[in-house]
Write a protein that binds this ligand. Structure first.
Ligand code: GLA
Length: 414
């Protein structure tokens, strides 16, 4: 049985000549150059590039932060150019950032984001138009701080959507129109949108988005739809929207996952439930939290738990056993996505490298998390190998993991 090398994967010394290094130096340099060329040669690269490996299945997306959008994070931007064919902005199109004051929009970052996506031929997603978080208070209040009436809020919603969606008409191809309208038990969240406008705020939001760009795909996006009660509420909601003639093209399953939640069976059942409604599925915010939680599934509780060493166990590196477990978790998730490849249009990761992830600061601040396929230095993790390998070799055996999962990987050629 092959055994995992127990040495640190991340601190392993680079392979290369040691004894007799001088004798081989002359041919070593051209050899390295040749390897570099071979690596960047498209045919070789295709087998190792996420978007190419899954090109006949679904798009592969990433959520970009501001430093990646402005290409200040050159390493992150290079990974995005190489491995992803769809992009979503992590924050810069949320109401509080793009429309912070009643008469002020800030389109500097969104303009750069859209230019970046167009330059690299990517499917550009807008996130998000109507949400209860990261929306300024003034949206729901009059000058005296009292709640506005239904008409006023509908007018504000329409004005915002026409301005933002209209600016990128024909360029941003899909919009998360309404984000997180449901409670965990599947009932409607009592957000200011719901309380002031009523349940038809969703219908109106989709209608305004369609009015602004009739060619854009429009999505409802939420987390934890794998919980049976929330899934049932989601299915009812989509049915109602369709019955009202709302132009909804897809459902976004956020997929902020943990190592043991949701089960693969629940993920499968959730995709099937929405697939059966005739809408497309988008996996919109994929990550896997590898750290212990003291709380239930969800993305909606306050960051008020004190960080103890038990809650932050992998400060220096993720041990091999956990790397392997993460690789297996990702491979199993992708196996379900592949099973539903006809219904799934896109699988988007919420971040590029581990250091970018919101999960370093949620559900408690200041932990070291490892939720993505690239590490803090932009190096591919065994999980990336495992996902890519699915298409050629299937699911790897956890008892006898192939050694190449842990070998140094070809660099990206951004
Ligand atoms: C939600 C939102 C995202 C983001 C993530 C966490 O799922 O839809 O915009 O805020 O939480 O970062």
């Amino acid at each position: 049985m092959r055994r995992l090398n127990s040495k640190s994967l991340q601190n392993r010394p680079p392979k290369g000549p040691q004894k007799g290094a001088k004798r081989h130096k002359k041919c070593y340099v051209p050899f390295v150059l040749l390897c570099g060329l071979a690596i960047c040669f498209p045919v070789v690269a295709q087998q190792r590039v996420l978007k190419d490996v899954f090109k006949n299945d679904f798009m592969i997306g990433a959520a970009l932060n501001r430093r990646q959008i402005f290409e200040e994070d050159t390493r992150g931007a290079a990974i995005v150019r190489t491995h992803f064919n769809s992009i979503t902005p992590e924050n810069i199109l949320k109401w509080a950032l793009v429309h912070p004051d009643p008469n002020r929009y800030d389109f500097a970052a969104p303009d750069r984001f859209v230019e970046f996506g167009e330059k690299h031929g990517m499917f550009i997603v807008g996130h998000t138009l109507v949400w209860h978080n990261q929306t300024p208070r003034w949206v729901f209040q009059d000058e005296k701080g009292n709640p506005v009436d239904r008409e006023t809020l509908l007018n504000r919603m329409r004005e915002h959507i026409l301005k933002v969606v209209g600016r990128y008409k024909g360029r941003i191809k899909g919009w998360d129109v309404v984000n997180e309208a449901l409670n965990q038990d599947g009932t409607m969240r009592q957000s200011p949108w719901f309380k002031i406008i009523g349940e038809d705020y969703l219908v109106k939001a989709f209608q305004f988005a369609h009015e602004a760009d009739p060619s854009a795909q429009l999505y409802y996006n939420d987390y934890d739809l794998e919980l049976p009660a929330k899934r049932a509420g989601g299915v009812e909601l989509i049915k109602k929207l369709k019955a009202a003639g709302v132009p909804i093209s897809g459902v976004g399953l956020q997929n902020h996952n943990q190592m043991d939640w949701p089960s693969i069976a629940d993920e499968d059942a959730t995709i099937t439930a929405f697939e059966n409604l005739g809408v497309k599925i988008h996996i919109t915010e994929l990550d896997v939290d590898v750290l212990p939680r003291t709380t239930k599934p969800g993305a909606d509780y306050a960051v008020d738990v004190e960080v103890t060493p038990q809650l932050n166990p992998y400060v220096d590196r993720l041990p091999d056993a956990q790397q392997l477990a993460l690789a297996k978790r990702y491979a199993e998730l992708f196996q379900v996505y592949l099973k539903h490849r006809d219904a799934i249009d896109r699988v988007t990761f919420w971040g590029v490298g581990d250091g970018d992830s919101w999960l370093n600061n949620w559900p408690m601040k200041g932990r070291t998390n490892y939720p993505l396929l690239f590490d803090r230095l932009g190096r591919p993790k065994p999980a990336l190998r495992a996902v890519i390998m699915l298409k050629s070799g299937g699911l790897f055996s956890a008892e006898e993991p192939p050694e190449f999962l842990f070998e140094p990987f070809v660099p990206y050629c951004g």
